[in-house]
Design a protein around this ligand. Structure first.
Ligand code: CP
Ligand code: NVA
Length: 339
């Protein structure tokens, strides 16, 4: 693998071999971290993390990953820079690219991360936009590989809002890695038709299949991996909650759905997840909609507490793997150590 100098803006830009190499490099870095083997290969470099939206995992994964590699890190939060307010994204790219060796961006528009990638002159990593979340997929696939020893040929089921950043990126990832992607969602929440066509072309080469159904039982039957994400994503208006609950409550991952998958199935979620009323939002949704929609009365929305706490759930391993995979992306794009 030689991806030195490359951006990671969408996995569409990466070959299956490059994705596999990044996953394997992540596993190596995970092993080294566990064994206490230092890997400060990038001690003279600095990265900047630009966040227009909140984050726990992605921010911490980039910060700890960068520090473990020996780098300096600057965090610029939603109110911490001139970008977009007094300074264009293009100018920001050209300024930060002269000071830093790599730039992470989390925000709204995919076009913003595209502009950063075009003008920064240093690697730009997409830490989530409304359209894609590629670093999450690497962590998810490392987790699946750890559980099953492979990716190819597995039945991967995604239930919920299949046209958000996670639905889109998981479909791309499954197509690239020869998996059988099933989306269980109402038709208006299926991925964009053009993206489906692009992924179908990739799938034809890799042996993957792409399947879409409105029936959560068909989607989850004999699945190896069950995956869901929040019903309302960051940046969407509060007003969409009602219609989203109305559309998506049949797709909640509960014990019936889990039992419908293979007995060896794992449950995954990129997190954060609403699985009880111990969050402000979960509590508010339960109070506002619980009467009309008993299924959400306890603040369990896209997944029940029983599923997330079950032995089949790997969500915290998945969260940890954000750090190992993001570290691999930074290492491979900033150095030629892994050519
Ligand atoms: N999964 C994920 O991206 O989490 P954060 O929003 O906490 O970064
Ligand atoms: N679809 C979610 C993913 C969070 C990691 C969001 O964009 O809010």
């Amino acid at each position: 693998m030689n991806i030195k100098g490359r951006n990671l803006i969408t996995l569409l830009d990466y070959t299956p071999e490059e994705i596999q190499d990044l996953i394997d490099l992540s596993a190596k870095l995970k092993y080294e971290k566990r064994e206490g083997i230092s890997h400060k290969h990038l001690h003279d470099k600095n990265v900047v993390l630009l966040f227009q939206k909140d984050s726990t995992r992605t921010r911490c994964a980039f910060e700890v990953g960068a520090l473990d590699l020996g780098m300096g890190v600057t965090y610029l939060g939603p109110t911490g820079s001139q970008m977009g307010k007094k300074e264009s994204v293009k100018d920001t790219a050209r300024v930060l690219g002269r000071m830093y060796d790599g730039i992470e961006f989390r925000g709204y528009k995919q076009s913003d991360v595209d502009i950063l990638g075009k003008y920064a002159g240093v690697p730009v990593w997409n830490g989530l936009t409304d359209t894609y979340h590629p670093t999450q997929i690497l962590a998810d696939f490392l987790t699946i590989q750890e559980q099953f020893g492979k990716l190819k040929g597995l039945k991967f089921t995604y239930l919920g809002d299949a046209r958000n950043n996670m639905g889109n990126s998981l479909m791309i990832g499954c197509a690239k890695m020869g998996m059988h992607f099933f989306a269980g969602a109402p038709k208006d929440l299926w991925p964009d038709q053009k993206l489906i066509e692009t992924c179908a072309e990739i799938a034809a080469e890799t042996g993957a299949t792409l399947n879409f159904t409105e029936d959560p039982i068909i989607a989850s039957e004999h699945a190896d991996v069950l995956y869901t994400d929040v019903w309302v994503s960051m940046g969407e208006p509060q007003e969409v909650w009602k219609s989203r609950i109305n559309e998506l409550y049949p797709y909640q991952v509960n014990m019936n759905i889990l039992r419908n998958a293979k007995p060896t199935a794992i449950f995954m979620h990129c997190l954060p997840a609403f699985h009880g009323n111990d969050t402000e939002v979960g509590k508010e949704i339960a109070e506002t909609f619980g009467k009309d929609y008993p299924v959400v009365a306890k603040g369990e929305l896209e997944v029940t507490n029983e599923v997330i706490e079950s032995e089949q759930s790997v969500v915290f391993e998945e969260a940890e793997n954000r750090m190992h995979t993001i570290k691999a992306v930074m290492l491979a794009t900033l150095s030629d150590l892994y050519v």
